[in-house]
Design a protein around this ligand. Structure first.
Ligand code: ATP
Ligand code: MG
Length: 112
């Protein structure tokens, strides 16, 4: 299994969620975060306003999927979240050792 951690622009959340649901993603964690990337200390446009601050609001997605789906999930997030402006986000892919569905004790792919 892979854990895909993606930061996206907050207004893209619903569109990205719909696109991921459409390719078979069945669960994800969503957090409102702040962060910075390569413009750190400089400005980024957010909702039409220039953020003259170090931290810009983002939404973080954490999605665990079978290995076979990881590439498609990354591609779907990238194509849906892309606006071609700075701050479109980052996507990281990590290996996951184990997953358990607490209610049933099912493990790994069956737990997703
Ligand atoms: N090296 C990193 N480690 C962890 N999170 C990061 C890292 N770089 C960026 N981020 C996260 O991604 C967000 C920045 O995304 P952003 O799209 O601005 O990246 P960027 O590399 O600056 O690209 P761009 O040039 O398009 O702005 C940050 O708010 C932070 O949440
Ligand atoms: Mg940036």
């Amino acid at each position: 299994m892979k854990l895909i951690i993606a930061t996206i622009k907050p207004f893209k959340l619903e569109e990205v969620r719909e696109a991921l649901t459409a390719i078979g993603v069945r669960g994800m964690m969503v957090s409102e975060i702040k962060g910075f990337g390569s413009q750190s200390g400089h400005t980024e446009i957010y909702r039409g306003a220039e953020y003259a601050v170090n931290f810009v609001p983002k939404v973080k997605l954490e999605i665990v999927v079978p290995d076979s789906m990881a590439e498609q999930v990354v591609g779907t997030i990238a194509s849906t979240a892309k606006t071609d402006k700075i701050g479109d986000g980052k996507i990281f892919t990590l290996d996951v050792e184990a997953a358990m569905r607490v209610r049933t004790g099912e493990m790994n792919d069956d737990a997703l």
